[in-house]
Design a protein around this ligand. Structure first.
Ligand code: RBF
Length: 164
């Protein structure tokens, strides 16, 4: 599914006004930390490069991708962040667990998106092996953490435009 046309990793800078008023929450799953740590750094650096103030970026950790759903819900219920960026990496193993976690996380985050109006960004890799994950957290397919940051900026801006 990934193609040159859909890969946002080359677009790290977006021209969005008043970015210094935005606040973002990045939630990072600690499973496959080698991958999620690199995604988180890409995300953070892209937000900062686009003018988001460091003090307006909250970084939270959860054990695994499954916990992204409840942590995102807690954030949405308790503060007025402009977008929640969920970062995780689910890597296929020998059991069907992979399918259950991927589907659960995807459906859970989609439900959060559908039920309230703060953007929840899906920065979760669902891959067949570690190499595919490494290719997407700073490798040949860019860094999907950068893409999550760009998407968060675009959605925060869209939300501001609609509310005006
Ligand atoms: N969490 C991830 O973020 N990525 C994984 O690849 C992953 N694989 C798992 C495989 C198994 C067999 C189990 C039991 C858990 C896995 N988890 C993974 C953790 C999951 O997201 C969650 O933290 C735990 O199931 C506790 O709710």
């Amino acid at each position: 599914m990934s193609s040159a046309h859909q890969n946002l990793s080359s677009i790290k800078m977006v021209n969005i006004p008043n970015v210094d008023h935005f606040s973002f929450t990045i939630i990072t799953a600690q499973w496959n930390k080698e991958v999620t740590g690199a995604l988180e750094i890409g995300c953070l650096e892209t937000l900062l490069a686009n003018g988001v103030k460091p003090e307006n970026i909250q970084q939270l950790e959860v054990p695994g991708a499954w916990e992204l759903i409840s942590a995102a819900k807690m954030v949405l219920d308790s503060n007025n962040t402009n977008a929640v960026i969920c970062i995780g990496a689910v890597i296929k193993g020998d059991t069907p667990h992979f399918e259950y976690i991927c589907e659960g996380v995807t459906v859970g985050l989609a439900q959060l998106c559908a039920n309230q109006s703060i953007p929840v960004i899906y920065g979760v890799l669902t891959v067949n092996n570690l190499q595919q994950a490494l290719d997407r957290c700073g490798g040949i397919h860019g860094n999907k953490g950068d893409e999550a940051a760009v998407t968060a900026l675009q959605m925060a801006s869209l939300s501001q435009k609609i509310r005006k």
